[in-house]
Ligand binder design. Sequence first.
Ligand code: APR
Length: 176
Amino acid sequence: MTTPRPEIIVGDITRLNVDAIVNAANSTLLGGGGVDGAIHRAAGPDLLEACRKIGGCPTGEARITPGYNLPASHVIHTVGPVWKGGGGAEAALLTACYTNSLALANDSEADIQSIAFPAISTGVYGYPPEKAAPLAITACKAWLTLNKPPQRIVLCCFSDDSAAQHVAALEEAYPQ
Ligand code: APR
């Protein structure tokens, strides 16, 4: 049985009609710029209220809230590592963001069958996209190999360049 593949698209994650979208948040969970800002704007103020009640999230971990005004019924907030040159735990923490978000999607009673990720940490947090994309693909493939997956894992890139990095990593991880 071949391992299912994640899908790679270019688009605005706030518009995706999936069960859960993943937010590249910061550890306060109180919003910010980038995809975090876009998700909060689209979801509306109730999202911030729900995040306030959670009270933060450590780097590499994930928390779930409703999606409110988003097409997605849920938001999984994860906190990526800030790139500090690669000598520390950045790769392990970025991998953990994907793995913990997928585990949370599977565990939550929300019955999440489709989940979309942005390219976590590759914006404000400065993670080199060419290093982040293979970690994202490898983490998704490992999950899809070992677990009852969400039926669809979408990597929602915000530029053609970001998508190209993910396509190259996908071809590497799933040789023909
Ligand atoms: N849809 C999909 N992807 C998006 C969107 C969007 N609407 N907006 C931005 N992105 C992409 C960026 O182009 C980048 O590839 O999301 C990826 C992650 O970039 P950031 O949003 O800057 O997130 P990150 O690098 O993880 O930094 C997180 O930024 O916004 C703050 O509060 C956030 O402090 C946290 C930090």
